[in-house]
Design a binder for this molecule. Structure first.
Ligand code: APR
Length: 232
C-alpha cells in the first residue's frame, strides 16, 4: 500500500443501504416503487411538477431521519487521516458522508438538501418541502426545483472527477451497481490510466470484471476493514 498516495473513491446507494435508505435497483428498491421516467427526468418535471416535487419532498424529509453507518464513518476517518489526495465522488444525494465528518466529498448527482432556482440558477440549502412553490432565497422567484441530476442531464463537476482520476494511484468503487454512466465507466477510465482498481460491494456489480480486486459483503463490514488496512 506504500505506493498509494492519491485515492479516488466512488460511492453509490449501497453505502447508505444499511442506514435505511433504499437503493435503486435492489428488490423493493426505489425504482421498483416509482417509474424512473415518471419522477427522475426533466420531461416528468415539465409534465407533472407536483408529482416530482412530492417525490423529492418525501426523499428530502426521509434522509434527514437517517444516520451515517460504519461505512460512512470509516470513509470519514480515512478522509481525515489520509495525507495524500483523496476524493469521495458520490452518486448519492443524501448527506451521510458529510454527517459522518467527511470533507472531500463531490456530489456528482446533486444533493437532496439543496434547491436549485430555475430563474436565477442559484442553489440554496433546503431542508423543507418545495411542493408549495416557495420563493427562491436569492431572487424571490417561485422557481425552485430539486438540485438532483435527472436522467438525461449532465452530472456535476465531471472535469474535477477526471482530473482526480488522472492523478490517482487507486480507484475504489463502493456500493454501486455499475448500471448508470458516466459513473459506471470510471473503472475503465482508471484502468486506461494505469490506476489500480478495487470494488467493495454486497455482490458483484455489472462492472466487476473490470476491477483488479473485488471484495463482497455489506459495506458496514468491508469498508471499515479496507480503511483499517489503508491506515495501518
Ligand atoms: N453494502 C454494500 N453494497 C450494497 C449493500 C450493502 N449493504 N446493499 C446493496 N448494495 C449494492 C447492491 O448490490 C448494488 O450493486 O449497492 C448497489 C446499489 O446499486 P443501485 O441501486 O443501482 O444504486 P447506484 O449504483 O447508486 O445507482 C446509480 O442510478 O438511479 C440512478 O441516480 C441514481 O445515483 C443513482 C445511480
Amino acid at each position: 500500500m506504500s505506493t498509494i498516495r492519491n485515492i479516488v473513491i466512488l460511492t453509490g446507494a449501497g453505502v447508505s443501504a444499511e442506514s435505511g435508505i433504499d437503493t435503486f435497483r435492489d428488490g423493493g428498491g426505489l425504482w421498483e416503487q416509482h417509474r424512473v421516467e415518471d419522477v427522475a427526468t426533466p420531461e416528468a418535471f415539465a409534465r407533472d411538477p407536483e408529482l416530482v416535487q412530492r417525490f423529492y419532498d418525501m426523499r428530502r424529509e426521509a434522509i434527514q431521519t437517517k444516520q451515517p453507518n460504519a461505512a460512512h464513518h470509516a470513509l470519514a476517518r480515512l478522509d481525515s487521516e489520509w495525507s495524500g489526495n483523496l476524493l469521495i465522488v458520490t452518486q448519492n444525494v443524501d448527506d451521510l458522508h458529510e454527517r459522518a465528518g467527511a470533507k472531500r466529498v463531490l456530489h456528482m448527482h446533486g444533493e437532496h438538501l439543496n434547491a436549485w432556482c430555475t430563474a436565477c440558477d442559484v442553489r440554496s440549502r433546503w431542508t423543507g418541502p418545495l411542493i408549495d412553490g416557495p420563493a427562491c432565497p436569492a431572487c424571490g422567484e417561485r422557481a425552485l426545483r430539486p438540485d438532483v441530476v435527472w436522467f438525461g442531464e449532465i452530472p456535476y463537476r465531471m472535469e474535477e472527477i477526471f482530473a482526480a482520476l488522472q492523478e490517482a494511484d487507486l480507484f475504489v468503487s463502493i456500493g454501486t451497481s455499475g448500471a448508470v454512466y458516466p459513473a459506471a465507466g470510471f473503472v475503465r477510465n482508471a484502468r486506461d490510466l494505469g490506476v489500480a482498481t478495487l470494488e467493495l460491494n454486497l455482490e458483484p456489480s455489472q462492472g466487476t470484471l473490470w476491477f483488479d480486486e473485488a471484495r463482497h459483503g455489506p459495506a458496514s463490514e468491508v469498508v471499515p476493514a479496507w480503511v483499517d488496512e489503508m491506515l495501518s
